[in-house]
Design a protein around this ligand. Structure first.
Ligand code: IPE
Ligand code: IPE
Ligand code: MG
Length: 239
């Protein structure tokens, strides 16, 4: 890598903290679940738009390890939406050459969902036109600690020679490039335990748009903000 690297281009990998479904619904006097359903439509649109805008990897945060703190009915609604999304969209995504992966902790997901995840990952494993990662039951700290356990197992308990690149192989994102751009919708300015390791040098774009309203124009706006950034990776300013 050169000393500095102006982004100037389309990011290869975009990760999105899809936030604001609840507020979107509340502003219409509707239950939170209504916002989540609308949020799934925005997911479909985002996948399509990412492809059209030249992004190759899209990682979407859809349920965090902290989201278990929500009322049981909302948690169930979010699980049901993932099940339905996978069931309804799998064949189309596969036909379009999309490789789908689910990032996050498997424990606590239930047998039916685990089976679905297994089948979507297997069915699309050979695809390489576009990469869709859904972070579900995902927490960055949880991922790092699971990776540390796996690394320790693989190295006989001695991590003294494990380098960053070795360690990254035990993360859920093993063979994925790091995100270039992390977008968070809904006006919150925090990372909420998303991709803590992988986002080390990502550019962040925070937008006021609520997730159900995240359309192509919003996506383009985030990409153009990214293109104006100067990625220095600890080096010096360009030009
Ligand atoms: C969606 O938005 C994010 C998920 C956890 C599914 P929220 O449900 O957090 O909506 P707000 O932040 O309450 O508006
Ligand atoms: C982050 O949104 C998690 C997802 C988008 C899945 P939250 O709404 O759960 O985050 P906080 O609680 O505002 O930090
Ligand atoms: Mg939220």
């Amino acid at each position: 890598m050169s000393e500095t690297e102006p982004s100037g281009l389309t990011p290869q990998h975009v990760a999105i903290i899809m936030d604001g479904n609840g507020r979107w619904a509340a502003s219409r006097g509707r239950p939170r679940a209504f916002g989540h359903r609308k949020g799934v439509e925005a997911v479909r649109e985002a996948v399509r738009n990412a492809g059209e805008l030249g992004v190759r990897y899209l990682t979407l945060f859809s349920f965090s390890t902290e989201n278990w703190n929500r009322p049981a009915a909302e948690v169930e609604a979010l699980f049901e939406l993932l099940r339905r999304f996978v069931a309804a969209d799998l064949d189309r995504l596969h036909a379009e050459g999309v490789r789908v992966r689910i990032l996050g902790r498997r424990e606590g997901l239930g047998e039916e969902l685990l089976k679905l995840i297994g089948s979507v990952e297997r069915q699309t494993a050979g695809n390489d036109r576009f990469f869709l990662n859904i972070a579900f039951n995902y927490g960055g700290r949880d991922e790092i600690i699971r990776a540390a356990r796996l690394a320790a197992e693989a190295h006989g308990g001695d991590l003294s020679r494990v380098r960053e690149t070795d360690f990254a192989r035990y993360l859920d994102t093993a063979d994925l490039p790091d995100p270039d751009l992390v977008i968070r919708t809904s006006g919150e300015h925090r990372i909420s335990n998303f991709l803590l390791w992988q986002a080390a040098y990502a550019e962040f774009v925070f937008m006021d748009t609520l997730w159900p309203d995240f359309d192509k124009a919003a996506f383009e706006q985030a990409l153009s903000e990214f293109a104006s950034r100067d990625r220095r990776y600890g080096g010096v300013r360009h030009g």
